[in-house]
Ligand binder design. Structure first.
Ligand code: NAD
Length: 454
């Protein structure tokens, strides 16, 4: 294990991006992966945000699976305790920093991976761009329309690439649906029913953390449903134009029957259905509870704390620029984890679901019925790897060979990142105002009947 060469012990520095001023590195073209291999060069990568996501998928797993293609030249987290644990866990090729600006200046990565808090993504992206980095950003791109505009402006100004890691697209069952729709198998799509469910346990994890506060995660309309709206924009190959929605918080936050400070010291552990002892999980204890004193970040907050101001049930009607109507719901406190979806087209219908339904677990199906014909089943074998087999495929493309052909348009950029959160932001505003919200009133990206790639 390498020692931490340069953990900055400065007090936490707000990375506003604007404070840095000016491009640090002259723009250079992205090196093709063929050229990179010829020159035997690895991708130089920096990582900001060493929570569970950063240390695993884009930290230790990245180096284990793609170590021959990448060097992790620096890692950054504003919590020095978590950073130390992350450095021990990941064993990166370079040092650790509590200040992003300092990391980028000293280690000069070509790519910056952003796995920090949702409401900090825009700051980290802009700082990375200012230093001449290309960006790989976790979803959601950001949480509101003002921050989205800041990212779009910076992307134009610094002319670098921003990739949003919509790993949900890469799941083989879902990319098979994309293929069927691209082939116009059911003709022109007219209407879609799309219903997503999160189990009690899954929702609890959101309510216990920063995700429960709208100014941090943008509500589940953005934090979670960005995945769903991205899938829908991609499947339909069109942009959303208007959203009308309802949402409510019925069981959590101020609606709860009792409350404590957090699970560990709560007087209601015997009766609370959401009780969870984080200290039983060594990895989480070392990363989070042992380092709370640095920044007050609590992972097992009370799910009934009064600050919770997101929703636990959501329903929206989305109109697309190609005149498709989508009926969407996100039921956040359910016994079921997964989704059910149906596309209705001029030549027939495709429907399917994901969740604990697929019998022996060997794969998943789509059921298609063309008008006047017998129904048929399209079986997609189960794929290995995280997020239903999608993660390894996306990681191969990102880190092994970005020049891989992409006929199903699986890669996503800023435009896709923006358009997916815009549906959620519009839904949030609609649910709160009682009015339908037009996407064109929220973003400089113009909705188009056939959406351009990116
Ligand atoms: N694609 C997926 O399916 C998926 C799954 C899980 C998480 N995510 C995303 O990954 C991101 C991280 O999630 P997580 O669960 O690890 O969160 P987390 O809260 O556990 O960790 C985030 C880390 O970022 C650090 N941080 C925040 N802002 C920072 C800044 N400005 N500078 C330096 N460090 C900063 C925090 O100290 C913390 O250690 C989130 O955006 C989340 O939405 C995506």
């Amino acid at each position: 294990m390498k020692p931490i060469e340069s953990i900055s012990r400065r007090s936490f520095i707000k990375t506003t991006g604007a404070a840095v001023g000016g491009s640090m590195v002259a723009a250079s073209p992205i090196l093709s992966f063929a050229a990179r291999r010829q020159g035997n060069e690895k991708m130089r990568i920096g990582l900001v945000g060493t929570g569970v996501r950063g240390v695993a998928m884009f930290g230790r797993d990245l180096l284990r699976e793609y170590g021959e293609y990448v060097d992790l030249v620096g890692i950054c987290d504003q919590n020095p305790g978590r950073l130390q644990v992350a450095h021990d866990y990941i064993e990166p090729d370079g040092p650790a920093f509590t200040d992003l600006d300092e990391m980028l200046t000293e280690t000069r990565p070509e790519w910056l991976i952003v796995t920090s808090w949702d409401w900090e993504h825009h700051n980290n992206i802009i700082t990375g761009l200012e230093h001449g980095c290309h960006i790989i950003c976790e979803k959601p791109l950001t949480i509101d329309e003002e921050k989205a505009e800041m990212i779009l402006e910076a992307e134009k100004k610094y002319n670098r690439q921003i990739i949003v890691t919509f790993n949900y697209r890469w799941v083989p069952h879902r990319s098979k649906l994309k293929e069927l729709l691209m082939e116009e198998t059911i003709g022109d799509i007219t209407a879609v029913e799309f219903h997503w469910h999160i189990t009690h346990d899954h929702l609890k994890r959101y309510m216990q953390r920063w995700h429960g506060e709208r100014n941090r995660g943008g509500t589940l309309w953005v934090h979670k449903a960005t995945h769903h709206f991205d899938l829908m924009n991609w499947w339909l190959d069109s942009d959303p134009v208007e959203v009308y929605a309802h949402a409510d918080l019925e069981r959590f936050g101020p609606k709860g029957p009792y409350r404590g400070v957090n699970c560990r010291n709560c007087a209601y552990t015997d009766q609370c259905p959401y009780y969870w002892d984080i200290t039983q999980n060594d990895h989480l204890r070392r990363l989070y509870t042992d380092n709370e004193h640095y920044d007050g970040y609590i992972r097992d907050n009370c799910v009934f704390r009064k600050q919770i101001d997101i929703y636990d049930k959501h329903s929206a009607v989305i109109k697309y620029a190609n005149n498709v109507y989508v009926n969407y719901s996100l039921t956040g406190d359910s016994n079921y984890e997964g989704f059910w979806i149906a596309f209705n087209g001029t030549k027939g219908r495709i429907e399917g679901k994901e969740g604990g339904w697929h019998g022996d677990g060997s794969g998943q199906e789509w059921r298609m019925q063309l008008i006047g014909q017998e129904p048929e089943t399209i079986f997609v074998p189960r794929a290995e790897g995280g997020h239903w087999g999608g993660d390894p495929l996306m990681m191969d493309k990102l880190f092994k060979d970005q020049d891989q052909p992409d006929p199903l348009q699986l890669s996503a950029g800023t435009r896709d990142g923006v358009m997916s959160i815009m549906v959620g932001i519009a839904a949030r505003k609609s649910a709160e105002s009682g009015q339908p919200i037009r996407i064109a009133d929220l973003t400089s990206v113009k909705p188009q009947a056939k959406r351009p790639r990116g």
